[in-house]
Design a binder for this molecule. Sequence first.
Ligand code: NAD
Length: 484
Amino acid sequence: MKAQPAASHFVDGAYVEDKAGAAIEVVYPATGEVIAVLHEATPAVVDAALASAARAQKDWAALRPVERARILSRAAALIREKGEELARLETLDTGKPLQETRVADWPSGADALEYFAGLAPTVTGETIPLGRDMVYTIREALGVCVGIGAWNYPSQIACWKSAPALAMGNAMVFKPSEVTPLGALKLAEIYIEAGLPAGLFNVVQGRGAVGGALVTDPRVAKVSLTGSVPTGRKVYAAAAEGVRHVTMELGGKSPLIVFDDASVEDAVGAAMLGNFYSAGQVCSNGTRVFVQKGIKARFLDRLAERSARIVLGDPMEEATQMGPLISAAQLEKVTGYIARAKAEGARLIAGGGRGPANDGWFVEPTVFADVTDAMEIAREEVFGPVMAVLDFETEEEAVARANATEFGLAAGVFTQDIARAHRVIAQLEAGTCWINAYNLTPVEAPFGGAKRSGVGRENGHAAIEHYSQVKSVYLGLGPVDAPY
Ligand code: NAD
């Protein structure tokens, strides 16, 4: 199986190669096969990408918002037309099953293009009366924005960042994760096919150093990163040096609190979706499932039964529900967490092994019960299909323990008591919350984290604010009253 693109980078409307950059082998996680070899961007490629973005951005920002919107809408339609081809490429890049990549990855990217195409022309300013004089405001583009992606949702991330950026009149230089570099190149092709002028969406490949070169370039006005907290700290600090705007979408260790009165089937289904989708490699996963004692036995029984039925295997097979982890390194990390959870006394009630074939980078959907707050799997982001179930007695206790983490990306509550649902959600320190649902992230809703999980928001009206700035214009309508 090969998925070699025409070249490594996409700059100023065309594929660009520079083999002087270090090689990046793209591996299909289901087989370990090298499906493409790309090269890291050299300083010359980075410079060309930023220069063409800066050149193209001014004319783009000067267009009417409906004209920009028309192009984004066309790109969304092309993504939907090419749905099957793009889903297969995403599966090769990530190892996620077609069951997911057909409905979640690119389709949610297309949603973002459609949504921001619709929203951009509605963005207006204020007029502020001051008696004789007045102030009016204009929401302007920032300029050249840099997007840096994680490997778990490579194409969705490229769309979620570029759609609001472009809709508001910015240009974007995007660096995908070196682990999953293929989808963003396709997006660049699609934008050009849809009529986007050259230079407005450039893709450069590379590891952290290439990201670092982008973040510190004086031509860059904004940096949006999706990645881990340690990377976020570095990128935020580097961006601060140039007083750049930032959006940081970082990691999590999110709580899902299930009260005694919840529907067991719904809560179990949500806990599984919130731990096993994309083989658990989702930032907002509810990896600490707090279950009230009265419902615990029934919850664990159903969870163990349903988890054992998840179909692992070839991601290209229609029936497969869970693919491998992204890499050998991730497999080692996740199996290490499983081994240490057992050693710390967590009770394994499902999975724990490497799957039927016992080879490849697969890990079974794994559930630990009787987890305590102090255990490593209750504190650290595993980023694999490993659920920790903890028990609690009172609402106050659940809230306090749910909040006892440096992360604050997401949180969920299952209960039939509507007052309790809102009361608990109001106290949870998280940017993205669900009541009687989990991990649904429609583009209409702002998405992002509190505490160490990030700053800024993607999606929703909120994203518009993070890809624009307000110009305030004072209009003097009478003589200038100078005291000199
Ligand atoms: P990572 O932090 O290792 O890398 C993220 C990106 O940053 C990559 O493109 C990488 O090349 C780049 N990078 C690394 N060092 C850099 C530097 N010094 N300067 C500039 N760029 C640099 O993360 P990952 O392993 O690709 O992804 C997994 C992590 O991402 C998890 O922690 C997960 O929770 C998080 N994540 C968060 C969200 C969200 O929306 N909050 C979504 C998906 C993933």
